[in-house]
Design a protein around this ligand. Structure first.
Ligand code: DGL
Length: 262
């Protein structure tokens, strides 16, 4: 394994940065390629068939091009629909991002937990299965929001975003029957940790959790013993759509300096 072989992170947009950040903290010298399928963004309003066809094909092309040591699907929507297809299609290790229902069920005292994701994610059988296996004694309330995805993108672009709009977009979860007893909410879309501070302020008695730290540990475990460059090389981002210059300052904060097209 060449020390220069990168970690590849993949999302529809900028959400995967919430997985990249804790990974870079654990593996500071890791070369990083961040790929965003902006031409098909957002994934959350697409059909299962579209995602299942698109994501493995795109990741196949990306792996050919950047030769990563490991691929992270830093997107709950793509992972809950296409993780098995991607693993079957690629010959590199693939880490998925699936809703952190297990840790939520381990810590909830009220036994009422929430899953806040995209519309596509919250209807997946994968989520039914996680709830049945790890949260069988909990009430699991779900809400899918496309607005929250857009608000996270706008915030990262540096546009003015009203925290009240973020809180309002999440409110239907709390308005479900039993919602007043929610004490733990899974941020089941990688865009949402980028809005967590505002959700926490509005719901101080609720723990908002996501899988970022656990996924970072998994990546570190799978690459243990491998060689890395002596110093962190500049990170690269690749986009399927037009290169979004407005996002460049935010990407620099995550160590990504080079933007290009896929
Ligand atoms: N960030 C993605 C996720 O974790 C998808 C957002 C979208 O494109 O709808 O589900």
């Amino acid at each position: 394994m060449s020390p220069d072989a990168p970690l590849l992170f993949f999302d529809s947009g900028i959400g995967g940065l919430s997985i990249l950040e804790p990974t870079a903290a654990l593996l500071p010298n890791a070369p990083v390629v961040y790929a965003a399928d902006t031409a098909a963004f957002p994934y959350g309003t697409r059909s299962e068939a579209e995602i299942a066809a698109r994501v493995p094909a795109l990741l196949g092309r990306l792996v050919e091009r950047v030769r990563p040591r490991l691929v992270t699907i830093a997107c709950n929507t793509a992972s809950t629909i296409a993780l098995d297809h991607v693993r079957a299609a690629l010959d590199v290790p693939v880490v998925g991002t699936v809703p952190a229902i297990k840790p939520a069920a381990e810590t909830s005292r009220s036994r009422v937990i929430g899953v806040l994701g995209t519309q596509a994610t919250v209807r997946q059988p994968y989520v039914d299965d996680l709830a049945a296996r790890f949260a069988a004694d909990c009430t699991v309330l779900r809400h899918g929001s496309a607005a929250l995805v857009e608000l996270a993108e706008a915030r990262l672009r540096g546009e003015p975003v009203d925290p009240a709009a973020v809180v309002a977009a999440a409110q239907p979860l709390f308005d479900r029957p039993g919602g007043e007893r929610l004490d733990t909410v899974v941020l089941a879309c990688t865009h949402f940790p980028l809005l967590a501070d505002w959700l926490e302020q509005a719901h101080p008695h609720v723990a908002f959790i996501d899988g970022g730290a656990g996924i970072a540990r998994r990546i570190a475990q799978l690459t243990r013993g491998q060689r890395w460059p002596a110093a962190a090389p500049p990170g690269r981002a690749l986009f399927t759509g037009a290169v979004p210059d407005a996002i460049a300052p935010a990407l620099r904060r995550f160590g990504i300096d080079q933007l290009g097209s896929l």
